[in-house]
Design a protein. Sequence first.
Length: 260
Amino acid sequence: MLVIVENDYDIMCQVAAKMIVDRLRKKPNLVLGLATGSTPLGLYKELIRYHREEGLDFSKVTTFNLDEYIGLPPTHNQSYAYFMQDHLFRHINISPEKIHIPQGMFGNISITAFETDPVVTDFCRWYEQEIATAGGIDIQILGIGGNGHIAFNEPGSSLGSRTRVKTLTKKTRIDNARFFSSMEEVPKYAITMGIGTIMEAREIILLANGPGKSWAVKTSIEGPVTAMCPASMLQMHRKSNVILDQAAASELSAEFIAYG
Ligand code: F6R
């Protein structure tokens, strides 16, 4: 695990963008795993800047997003499909057919049947198959939840899990309520790549900023590998990079830190 601590969020995002740009210049048909949420916003801005100012070409890139809320159509302004269009895809020259985001709408399936309904389980299997057909993910971008989740793999998720439906914890729903007008509107379920799916990416870049992430960062990097802190599984990955700002790194023991 390479832990890089930068002075602030902007530099963190520039460093992450540079890593992706270097990989993309070497491999124009890069397969990129993408995250949503507040954390990667600066990184996406930087990638857009590279595209506009330096002509960085995304036309051969394939993307797979980590997760999507269940029950929100792609036109809903809090769906992750909408987020990705708004913050990245419509600003770069990516081919729409190379974009993959888990489906969030499954018709009239009852909430209690989500985990077992064949329409949903077939979709999850298809998503995994699409990743395999694309040759696997070259670089996966991750944020981290204040509770140590990666994608929507909440504490207690199997470390070998694959794409499936997960119930969001109360903490995650409270954390994400800032994007909705009321707590009732925050979805209770999401479809998410599993920890096993994420671990198969050839390289991982996890970004975390702000004091709300310091506990999760410390527990993931210095704690034992445990399903109770899903991001701790990254300790087992052969090529994981963790890029932090000072606040997110504030609980780490100094000897673990390589200053960027
Ligand atoms: C989003 C995702 C989540 C977020 C995490 C942090 O696709 O997979 O795991 O990365 O909840 O969210 P922010 O960045 O909003 O703090």
